[in-house]
Design a binder for this molecule. Structure first.
Ligand code: NAG
Ligand code: NAG
Ligand code: NAG
Ligand code: NAG
Ligand code: NAG
Ligand code: NAG
Ligand code: NAG
Length: 302
């Protein structure tokens, strides 16, 4: 939902259903969600709304009233649906480990210098928008994101997260934006070829490595892999790259060691270890490539 629409709805709704806020410092019958939200706000270094989180907007501690629209909490029927905080608190805070808000759809906590971990969102089954970029998060409380089937934006950019790429992320079929740039998320580039909704993928300056062909999302229009002109990922066979998005990604072609000539003739590929063998050149493989290269260069002038 665009912010303007959100603010409009908030202002209309706020004037109709206000139950605290303008009336006094504490609500007589605060919704459970707001008691939880107040706990989270205080933990993150913001001011409590005193049970009134659904009455208006959460105003950041230390930010002046001209900035209050940056920090928005939205509710439906006293259930919190959106938390959108991007104007930092003045006191240092930590990320809650989980958000006990069953109707939460939109969680944006950006640029807040929050310490801690990417929270466990397995209970937030309605979550669609998840953006925690530019904090100080170091890992995942729970790397299983398979319950978050409706998530369309998963963004954890610019956090010192040291963890393997969560396999469940590669299987979230409604993801449109997947951004893990500027993190220490590591591992082989996952197979995203089933991700037909994925449009924006950013793995720049992350720890993700390896071969991309046969694994890229087929319809992405923005793929970023380079970090200061260097890339830890590469392709071997350009015919296996999708036609969208890739041209701007400047994906380098792998070296001959990274892209060994596959041995299609026999049994090696059929034994379990075959696929790993094929990716890691053995001394024999390298020698063979050198020999082939020599022969090719000897023949070339003729
Ligand atoms: C993040 O916060 C810093 C300091 O509060 C501010 O200077 C910067 O513009 C913010 N960046 C974004 C993307 O909001
Ligand atoms: C990743 O880890 C390395 C080594 O621990 C560290 O120097 C670097 O700053 C980290 N990068 C990020 C984005 O956290
Ligand atoms: C991808 O991430 C890098 C590093 O954070 C950033 O510089 C770049 O602008 C991002 N790409 C896009 C398309 O947003
Ligand atoms: C892609 O989807 C098909 C059909 O649902 C499934 O069999 C296959 O394992 C999926 N591949 C990956 C890499 O997720
Ligand atoms: C990725 O998954 C698709 C669908 O399951 C499969 O056809 C393709 O071969 C896989 N790519 C690689 C490189 O394993
Ligand atoms: C590249 O992939 C295509 C399609 O799978 C295949 O026909 C071709 O032989 C591959 N080329 C090389 C050099 O592996
Ligand atoms: C393929 O592997 C088999 C078994 O290791 C080996 O005998 C054969 O020479 C290999 N072929 C090529 C072209 O490397």
């Amino acid at each position: 939902m665009p912010l303007s629409v959100l603010l409009f709805l908030l202002s209309v709704w706020g004037s109709v259903a206000q139950d605290c806020g303008t009336l006094g410092p504490s609500a007589s019958n605060p919704p459970t969600d707001c008691l939880n939200v107040d706990k989270y706000l205080v933990q993150m270094g913001f001011r409590s709304t005193n049970g009134c989180c659904c009455s208006a907007r959460a105003v950041a501690v230390g930010t002046d009233s001209t900035k209050f629209t940056s920090n928005v909490i939205a509710c439906e029927q006293k259930r919190v649906t959106d938390i959108d905080l991007t104007a930092g608190p003045t006191t240092p805070g930590t990320m809650p480990e989980r958000f006990d808000l069953p109707e939460l759809q939109y969680l944006q906590l950006r640029n807040l210098s929050l310490e801690g971990m990417v929270p466990d969102i397995s209970a937030n089954k309605k979550l669609r928008w998840f953006d925690l970029s530019n904090n100080k998060l170091t890992g995942f409380v729970n790397p299983d994101f398979s319950p978050n089937i409706g998530v369309s934006d998963f963004t954890v950019s610019s956090n010192p997260i040291s963890a393997p790429f969560p396999p469940s992320l590669a299987a979230l079929s409604f993801v449109v934006y997947l951004r893990i740039d500027k993190t220490n998320i590591t591992g082989e580039f996952p197979n995203l070829s089933n991700q037909s909704n994925l449009r924006t993928l950013n793995i720049s300056c992350s720890g993700v490595t390896g071969r991309l062909d046969g694994r890229l999302p087929p319809y992405a229009d923005e793929i970023s892999v380079n970090c200061n002109g260097e890339s830890k990922v590469y392709y071997c066979n350009s015919t296996l790259l999708p036609t969208f998005g890739v041209s701007r990604a400047k994906i380098p072609v792998g070296s001959s060691a990274q892209c060994p000539v596959s041995n299609t003739t026999t049994s090696v590929g059929k034994q379990g270890a075959g696929s790993t063998l094929a990716l890691k050149p053995t001394a024999f493989h390298t020698l063979r490539l050198v020999v082939v290269g020599l022969i090719v260069s000897l023949l070339a002038p003729f």
